[in-house]
Ligand binder design. Structure first.
Ligand code: PRP
Ligand code: URA
Length: 206
C-alpha cells in the first residue's frame, strides 16, 4: 500500500527543502516539521484498547494506544525525522540502522544496527527521507524483519517511482508513506527534481 500525503503545508515545506539556497539549519528544522505533519497520518490506524479511568467528576470508559511504536531511522538522513515524530509519540522507542549507498554500485552497505526488545509486538516505522532506487529501504526493511518486526511502515519524504515499485515488489506487506513522488532517477541514482543529498544537507557535509 502506498499513501502520498497531500497537504498544502507539506507541499509548502517540501518546496523549502528542495531550494538550493536553504541552509543546513532551515533544512533540518523543516524536515522535522514535515515529519511531525506526516506523523498525524502515519498514526491514523494505530490500534486502541478500552480502559476505565476516573476524571475529576466520574469514572469513564476511554481508550489508550494498544501497541508500542518503535521508530527506526536509517542513518544518517533518517535521524532528521525522529524528533518530529517522537514529539507526537513520546513513548516511542528508537532503533537504528546504519547504511550508506555505495556511490558506484548504488548498493546499500550496512554498518550498524541496534534495536529495542520485542519488535514483534510493536508497530515499527522505518524512517528515511529519500526513497531513490529503493535499495537502502528494502535492505532496512529486511533487517527489521530479521529482528522479528511484523507490522511495519516505511516513512519517506520524497520517493522515485523506481523505489516505490521496488518496495511494493520486495515487501508487499509494508505500508509506504510519502510526502511526494518525484519524476525519476538521474544517471547517478539521484531523485529529480528531488532535494539533493539529504544526509549532506541535514548535517552540513559534502
Ligand atoms: C541516502 C538516503 C537513503 C538512500 C536512498 O543515504 O538517505 O538511505 O540514500 O537511496 P536508495 O533508495 O537508492 O538506496 P546515503 O547513502 O546518501 O547515506 P547517508 O544518509 O549516510 O548520507
Ligand atoms: N539519496 C539522497 O540523499 N538523495 C537522492 O536523491 C538519492 C539518494
Amino acid at each position: 500500500m502506498l499513501k502520498v500525503l497531500k497537504h498544502p503545508l507539506l507541499t509548502h515545506k517540501l518546496t523549502l527543502l528542495r531550494r538550493r539556497e536553504t541552509t543546513t539549519k532551515d533544512f533540518r528544522e523543516t524536515l522535522e516539521e514535515i515529519s511531525g505533519l506526516m506523523a498525524y497520518e502515519i498514526t491514523r490506524d494505530l490500534p486502541l484498547r478500552e480502559i476505565t479511568i476516573e476524571t475529576p467528576l466520574e469514572k469513564c470508559k476511554t481508550y489508550e494506544l494498544a501497541m508500542d511504536v518503535v521508530l527506526v531511522p536509517v542513518l544518517r538522513a533518517g535521524l532528521g525525522m525522529v524528533d518530529g515524530i517522537s514529539n507526537l509519540i513520546p513513548t516511542a522507542r528508537v532503533g537504528h540502522i546504519g547504511m550508506y549507498r555505495d556511490h558506484v554500485t548504488l548498493k546499500p552497505m550496512t554498518y550498524y544496527s541496534k534495536f529495542p526488545d520485542n519488535l514483534a509486538n510493536a508497530i515499527v516505522m522505518v524512517l528515511d527521507p529519500m526513497l531513490a532506487t529503493g535499495g537502502s529501504s528494502t535492505a532496512a526493511l529486511q533487517v527489521v524483519k530479521d529482528h522479528g518486526a511484523k507490522t511495519i511502515k516505511l516513512v519517506c519524504v520524497v520517493g522515485a517511482p523506481e523505489g516505490v515499485d521496488r518496495i511494493m515488489k520486495d515487501h508487499p506487506d509494508v505500508q509506504i508513506y510519502l510526502a511526494e513522488i518525484d519524476e525519476k532517477l538521474n544517471d547517478h541514482g539521484y531523485i529529480v527534481p528531488g532535494l539533493g543529498d539529504a544526509g549532506d544537507r541535514i548535517f552540513g557535509t559534502k
